[in-house]
Design a protein around this ligand. Structure first.
Ligand SMILES: Nc1nc2c(ncn2[C@@H]2O[C@H](COP(=O)(O)OP(=O)(O)OP(=O)(O)O)[C@@H](O)[C@H]2O)c(=O)[nH]1
Length: 314
């Protein structure tokens, strides 16, 4: 994913002179990393995650075709675009390189302007792709993750939790009496509340490990990873409190004078036997109970699959 101002290009060639010439051509526009063989190329790609690679084909030991096959197999390098730069100018070699997943093929001897132009073109395409990816994962009203991103993250988090043995929590969040708010203040004011609520929740979580997503309508969901139960509950309470502290007047006749949220959370351990959707269902039931309980509270499940029988109010 191309996020930095100055993209990084990994150049792989066993000929020192080619490495020097190619880096001289590119270093004005990009940061250059060099590798002199296939093994080094894979190690540097995994470690430094370049935005683009220029890869020689004929190299002693591991050739460029084997390198690209390995890069495409590894999840952390599979999306790095690779341009072959090769003296093999026959149709079969070029077709093979493209079939293996290269985005382009430049023939040696290369021309500086062609190398520059092709690199710029692929960096531009990469930038557009990453912008599209970002947009397709974001809720346009609140700018937090959308349902699509949440579904994907839940699946990945569940799998990683099982493999890497870390716990995670799912928390469903729903704005209280929101219909009444819309009816009183109008839909546009309701939209502004959703934006503020999302931002308040987002400000409390750790963007490295956690995710807040708009689940739909006035409902949000949290995925909190790698924390013990106490820390998870503390963080959830901080989110609940952050919404309260927005002090958005609701003007209800009863006791709730400000916008509040209800929450239902479950803590999933790596040895959980239930499935992600079951855990989500449990969190949803706890949220329902929190609403029945008078709203403006958090209900936690206690232990695996026992959450709905014995909820804990914090
Ligand atoms: N402004 C605005 N309102 C929305 C949006 N999505 C859903 N809503 C409104 O959210 C309200 C949800 O109403 P209900 O499901 O009855 O829930 P509630 O009034 O919050 O009641 P409780 O959840 O029981 O506290 C409905 O009036 C929806 O129209 C949105 O994007 N913007």
């Amino acid at each position: 994913m191309i996020s930095k101002e100055r993209p990084t290009v990994l150049i792989v060639d066993d000929e020192k002179s080619n490495l020097r010439i190619l880096s001289d051509i590119l270093r004005e526009d990009v940061s250059v990393i060099l590798a002199k063989d296939g093994r080094q190329a894979i190690a540097k790609a995994r470690q430094m995650k370049p935005d683009l690679m220029l890869l020689d084909v004929v190299m002693p030991g591991m050739d460029g075709f084997s390198v690209i096959s390995e890069l495409k197999r590894l999840p952390e390098t599979s999306s790095i675009p690779v341009i072959f730069v090769s003296a093999l100018s026959d149709v079969d070699s070029e077709a093979n390189g493209l079939r293996l997943g290269a985005c382009d093929y430049i023939h040696k001897p290369f021309h500086a302007d062609i190398v520059k132009a092709r690199v710029q073109l692929h960096l531009k395409l990469l930038q557009q792709r990453s912008m599209l990816e970002r947009l397709s994962n974001i809720d346009p009203l609140t700018s937090v993750a959308n349902r699509r991103k949440f579904d994907e993250s839940l699946k990945v988090t569940w799998e990683q939790s099982q493999e890497q043995k870390f716990p995670f929590a799912l928390v469903m969040i729903d704005v209280d009496y929101f219909k009444q708010y819309n009816d009183t203040f109008g839909h546009a004011a309701g939209d502004a509340v959703l934006e503020k609520v999302a931002a308040a929740i987002e400000s409390c979580i750790d963007p490295e490990d956690d995710l807040v997503a708009r689940y739909g309508g006035e409902e949000f969901v949290l995925v909190l990873t790698k924390k013990d139960e106490e820390c998870t509950q503390r963080l959830t309470k901080a989110c609940w409190n952050a919404v309260k502290e927005l002090n958005i007047p609701h003007l209800r006749e009863d006791s709730i004078e400000h916008i509040t949220v209800s929450m239902g959370g479950v803590y999933c351990s790596p040895d959980s036997t239930s499935e992600p959707l079951e855990a989500l269902g449990e969190a949803d039931q706890l949220l329902y109970k929190a609403k029945q309980n008078g709203r403006n509270c958090i209900l936690w499940g206690v232990g695996q699959n026992s959450s709905t029988n014995n909820p804990l109010c914090v």
